[in-house]
Design a binder for this molecule. Structure first.
Ligand code: COA
Ligand code: AMP
Length: 632
């Protein structure tokens, strides 16, 4: 770790004095085929590029080098699946063999350096192996979360233009088998781009028919393949694209490079989480999200840890003690999950009766991220676990924490409700609408002074202009996080809310704009707004407000049912869109713009002022009552 055996303040100050030198030191944790010519070059790319001239292979760093160093018999991945009742361990040596063969199978189907591969898989080890196999070839993976519907998958296939897709016959949700093949076929049908091959993992719960000439059995292809060696790539070459919700229906392809990503993530394991080779790290998330990319797959493996890949839920698989059972059984040192998961456990096991059945003496800390964490969830966890609970703030765009607390630098006292202090690498500021820094303690837009540190997106896939427009234009010289918040007198950062139409449902990032596009396409809907309403379990849940076209005789219940089905069908079950209300009117400005920001504030239970531009304040009261009634 860069700056080891130093305090947070010293380390942050050391980074500020010499950012390039600090990151050059961190880069020593990576095995390079050719060392970088510089830590950073501000003349390259949109705002500069990290480690230009360096050549490396991310898969080699995550897998092969640990085998070469004698760690081949250590567990690399523990797959724990209450959904199937199976627990399986893959050692580093086994991982190397399987990944090399899956890479060979992909190469035999024409996948090479720079080609894209879409991975649409449930939480099985083959999902991580497929990602690493792409990295091994220098190919670019794009993992799509299993809870998205065919249309969302199609949008990602159309944008990424993959040569191949790696998938599975089904995913397993409590009480429901999610068949992937019909979704894949529908998505490929919808997308103008068609992949030439598809490798499918046949799962016992629901094997599928393979389309001749295109689909093949993944395990058979792996068995027949010749192992493929690691292909060195440029530090600045892409490792993956991860699509995330933007303010419109079209998702944004967050691009991650190889060099900066490897350096930042490797460094984060010791600096942020305080773990090293041989330690067991568990990120209870999904490989379809950024937390899964970074902390189920890449970072723990880059650091030579054992990672837990969990196919289950915090409750109901089979009970609220599952997380603690996994921690005991696999000797988890650090657990990372979303506050929602802890809230779900807390709701079912408020006094910790399940928790107390397990020996958690090996667990040293709980890290939370993905959404704003209510202080009560932090204090409940601290009290029952009697271990540090760290809230840290980050985004798909950054790939690792923007602010947090740092076990590798000695933890400073936490403050429930705050996301901690900036990680070395980030100069976090709070700006007002005139682009000026606001005094400490005042709320404004959270921004990061450029350049962003390694691992953060250098741009969007094939969309430099959209990148500039979406992130760099609001505050010239800064990356706009689209989060609002403040920095207090002591330097703690408090993230309060999004400044755009993104909502966070059970730690899942969703665009209300995308949902509005779906509602607006209903033939009876004249206009609509979707807002995130406060929810005690999921943080926020979407609520649709629709105004019907005149003359529509259908009742609210019928319309609502149709709208719910449409969102589920076009975005996916993960949108958790379960409530749509018919209203007579929506509050607007005199120029006809729907007052979404005000609706958001009411739905969040925040204070708001009636905008002076409002057309008819009475409408705000009417709709406000509907929103308040929907809060849970
Ligand atoms: N494939 C298919 N469907 C999926 C899915 C997947 N991978 N993941 C979720 N879904 C479905 C669920 O089955 C559910 O469908 P339903 O409407 O038929 O019930 C819907 O999407 C909503 O899922 P979710 O938001 O997960 O809610 P839930 O009620 O099933 O579970 C929690 C609630 C709290 C247990 C769950 O949200 C959870 O574990 N949250 C943690 C979040 C997390 O890990 N986030 C990652 C960021 S760090
Ligand atoms: P995602 O890209 O899905 O990780 O979502 C990123 C968004 O989630 C951020 O922009 C925040 O709005 C929110 N978020 C993530 N972590 C935190 C946190 N610790 N505190 C507050 N908000 C958070």
């Amino acid at each position: 770790m860069a700056g080891s055996a130093r305090s947070y303040d010293d380390t942050y100050a050391a980074w500020r004095r010499d950012p390039a030198g600090w990151w050059a030191e961190a880069a020593k944790g990576i095995t390079w085929d050719a060392p970088p010519e510089a830590a950073f070059d501000g003349a390259l790319g949109v705002y500069g590029r990290w480690f230009p001239g360096g050549r490396l292979n991310t898969c080699f760093n995550a897998v092969d080098r640990h085998v070469a160093a004698g760690r081949g018999t250590q567990a690399a991945i523990i797959w724990d699946s209450p959904m199937t009742g199976r627990i399986e361990t893959t050692t580093y040596a086994e991982l190397q063999q399987r990944v090399a063969k899956i890479a060979g199978a992909l190469a035999a189907r024409g996948v090479g350096k720079g080609d894209r591969v879409v991975i649409y898989m449930p939480m099985v080890p083959e999902a991580a192996m497929a990602m690493l196999a792409c990295a091994r070839l220098g190919a670019v993976h794009s993992v799509v979360f299993g809870g998205f519907a065919a249309a969302e998958l199609a949008a990602r296939i159309a944008d990424a233009k993959p040569k191949a897709i790696v998938s599975a016959s089904c995913g397993l949700e409590p009480g429901r088998v999610v068949k992937y093949k019909p979704l894949l076929d529908a998505a490929i049908g919808l997308s103008p781009h068609k992949p030439s091959s598809m490798l499918i993992l046949q799962r016992e719960a629901a094997p599928c028919e393979l389309t001749p000439g295109r689909d093949e059995d993944l395990l058979a292809a792996e068995a027949a393949a010749t192992p493929h060696a690691c292909v060195p790539v440029e530090s600045t070459d892409p490792l993956y694209i991860l699509y995330t919700s933007g303010t419109t229906g079209a998702p944004k392809g967050i691009l991650r490079d190889n060099g900066g990503h490897a350096v930042a993530l490797h460094n984060s394991m010791s600096m942020v989480y305080g773990v090293g080779p041989g330690d067991v790290f568990w990120a209870a998330s999904d490989v379809g999200w950024v937390v899964g990319h970074s902390y189920i797959v890449y970072a723990p493996l880059l650091a030579g840890c054992t990672t837990v890949l969990f196919e289950g839920k915090p409750v109901g698989t089979p009970d609220a003690g599952t997380f603690w059972r996994v921690c005991e059984q696999h000797r988890v040192k650090v657990l990372f999950t979303a506050p929602t998961a802890i809230r779900a456990i807390k709701k079912e096991d408020p006094d910790g009766a399940f928790l107390k059945r397990y020996d958690l003496s090996r667990m040293e800390a709980l890290y939370l991220a993905g959404e704003r964490c209510d202080p009560d969830t932090i204090t409940w966890s601290e009290r029952l676990l009697a271990k540090p609970v760290v809230d840290h703030w980050w985004q798909t765009e950054t790939g690792w924490t923007i602010t947090g607390n740092f076990r590798g630098l000695g933890l400073f006292p936490t403050r429930a409700g705050s996301g901690g202090k900036p990680a070395p690498g980030y100069d976090v500021v709070v700006l007002d609408e005139a682009h000026q820094e606001v005094p400490r303690g005042q709320i404004g837009s959270l921004a990061v002074r450029l350049p962003l540190p390694p691992s953060c997106l250098p741009t969007l896939f094939n969309a430099d202009d959209r990148f500039r427009e979406a992130y760099l234009s609001a505050f010239p010289g800064y990356y706009s996080t689209a989060d609002a918040g403040m920095v207090d007198e002591d330097g703690y950062v408090w993230v309060m809310s999004r400044t755009d139409d993104i909502i966070n449902v059970a730690g899942h990032r969703l665009s209300t704009g995308a949902m509005e596009e779906v509602l607006a396409s209903h033939p009876d809907v004249a206009e609509c707004a979707v807002v995130g309403v406060r929810d005690t379990l999921k943080g926020q849940v979407p609520l649709g407000l629709v105004v019907l076209k005149s003359g529509v005789a259908k009742g609210e219940a019928a319309i609502s049912k149709e709208l719910i089905a449409m969102v589920r069908d076009q975005i996916g079950p993960v949108a958790a869109f379960k409530d749509a209300r018919v209203v007579a009117r929506l509050p607007k400005t005199r120029s006809g713009k729907i007052l979404r920001a005000t609706l958001r504030k009411i739905a969040d239970g925040d204070d708001y002022v009636v905008p002076p531009t409002i057309d008819d304040p009475a409408i705000l009261d009417e709709v406000g009552d509907v929103l308040k009634a929907a809060m849970r």
